[in-house]
Design a binder for this molecule. Structure first.
Ligand SMILES: NC(=O)C1=CN([C@@H]2O[C@H](COP(=O)(O)OP(=O)(O)OC[C@H]3O[C@@H](n4cnc5c(N)ncnc54)[C@H](O)[C@@H]3O)[C@@H](O)[C@H]2O)C=CC1
Ligand SMILES: O=C(O)CCC(=O)C(=O)O
Length: 411
């Protein structure tokens, strides 16, 4: 299912549960601004290459728009639009003073040299610099981008507007990044998992986990689960998938990867068919890569008891229905992966204050925000007798709707 159709379907369902006026419903769905830019750069071999970049600013009723920038070959306008909309509901669920936005460039970052990536990022920034800003729209890393990408955006933006650390988050620490941001999304995923499991009298320790994606989010989630006594029995990335029924040695795998090794060459594991990964029997499945991976084709064959959506929109509404009928409990993306944007908010606050927090404070505040959001979602589930996804959507949409009406923006 198209990602925008899927996300909008969830929104409409929440709007119905909340009894929103149809004009307000329509205006909340329409993005504030959608920008498409051509980014032409000289390649290292002297030829020219052109890439299409997008920034979709969905909503700013609750504050400056906020959301990551993705570099991936499958980036397209509908996908960026859906991701921007999800950011609006996510920042509202987390109760941080932002709206939602998302950006992306259709490129394969692994096939570009560092200097080509730098040129591409600088050209993209030149094309959007007058649309972003610390109180307008604040980008951050997403798939295929990282703190170095944010450093280039900060530098290029500052050429036009003066030194402006709060224009992006997820920066290197020496440029005003926050301690704890690198791990924040994975750490938030683990706090969210613990909150959910506690409802069923369970904890991470002793449970089995399967993780799809071993980048920023997946590797931090795996590491923290391992530290808490959870067993990661299978995981995969774009290169393939591996399994070990006794648990994969995550710290050793992280070292193997840092030394340039690929998953399939890691010792003490069996290579598995990546298509089987999401269907592998386990207690908890955590998709940490692309959207739409759980759909009507494979949902009936999923053998996990809990799904924690660390990726954005990994399950479409058809999968949701099939999985719910099977009794699988799904913790939705707009809550489960909010740890990243919550610590981005702390980074922005530190930049504005010109003051640096220590890592313990960052992690403690992150846990507070995640716990409060979970309690708020549960309350919405009770009020509307609905799933956790609809609990999160009604929570987020209601906060944005109230802000919209209070600002007098009713259509
Ligand atoms: N980085 C962040 O702070 C946040 C990220 N997210 C979401 O988490 C997900 C992962 O993001 P990051 O870890 O930052 O990206 P990343 O670029 O660091 O890692 C992506 C991982 O996905 C794997 N992957 C890519 N295509 C795949 C495929 N076809 N099959 C299996 N694995 C594949 C890659 O090999 C890599 O391990 C995305 O959906 C992103 O939107 C959500 C909230 C915040
Ligand atoms: O940290 C941020 O501002 C946004 C992270 C992001 O893109 C996401 O939560 O999907």
């Amino acid at each position: 299912m198209n990602s925008l159709v899927a996300t909008s379907r969830n929104f409409r369902h929440a709007a119905r549960l909340l009894g929103l006026d149809s004009k307000l419903e329509k205006s909340l769905l329409i993005p504030f601004r959608e920008v498409k830019v051509e980014c032409t750069i000289p390649k290292d071999d002297g030829t020219l290459a052109s890439y299409v970049g997008f920034r979709v600013q969905h909503d700013n009723a609750r504050g400056p728009m906020k959301g990551g920038i993705r570099y991936h070959p499958e980036v397209d306008p509908d996908e960026v639009n859906a991701l921007a909309q999800l950011m609006t509901w996510k920042t509202a669920v987390a109760d941080i003073p932002y709206g939602g936005a998302k950006g992306g460039i259709g490129c394969a970052p692994g096939e570009l040299s560092i200097s080509e990536l730098e040129r591409l990022t600088r050209v993209f920034t030149q094309k959007i610099h007058d649309l972003i800003g610390s109180h307008i729209d604040v980008p951050a890393p997403d798939m295929g981008t990282n703190s170095q990408t944010m450093a280039w955006i900060l530098d290029e933006y500052s050429k036009f507007h003066g030194y402006s650390p709060a224009v992006v988050t997820g920066k290197p620490i020496v440029l005003g990044g926050s301690l704890g941001r690198e791990a924040a999304t994975g750490r938030g995923v683990v706090y969210a998992t613990e909150a959910l499991l506690a409802e069923f009298g369970k904890s991470v320790s002793g449970l089995t986990f399967v993780i799809q994606g071993f980048g920023n989010v997946g590797s931090w989630a795996a590491q923290l689960i391992h530290e808490k006594g959870g067993k990661v029995i299978a995981l995969g990335d774009v290169s393939g998938a591996i399994k070990n029924p006794n648990g994969i040695d995550i710290p050793a795998l992280i070292k193997h990867r840092a030394a340039g090794g690929v998953l399939k060459d890691f010792e003490g594991v069996d290579v598995m068919d990546p298509k089987e990964l999401l269907l592998h029997e386990c207690d908890v499945l955590i998709p940490c890569a692309l959207g739409g991976v759980l759909n009507r084709e494979n949902a009936a064959d999923v053998r996990a008891k809990y799904i924690i959506e660390a990726a954005n929109h990994p399950s479409d509404p058809e999968a949701d229905e099939i999985l719910s009928k099977k009794g699988v409990v799904i913790l939705p993306d707009i809550y489960a992966n909010a740890g990243g944007v919550i610590v981005s908010y702390f980074e922005w606050v530190q930049n504005i204050q010109g003051f640096m927090w220590d890592e313990d404070k960052v992690n403690m505040e992150l846990q507070k925000y995640m716990t409060k959001a979970f309690d708020n979602i549960k309350a919405m589930c009770k009020t509307h007798e609905c799933s956790l996804r609809m609990g999160a959507f009604t929570l987020g949409v209601n906060r944005v709707a109230r802000a919209t009406l209070l600002r007098g923006w009713e259509a």
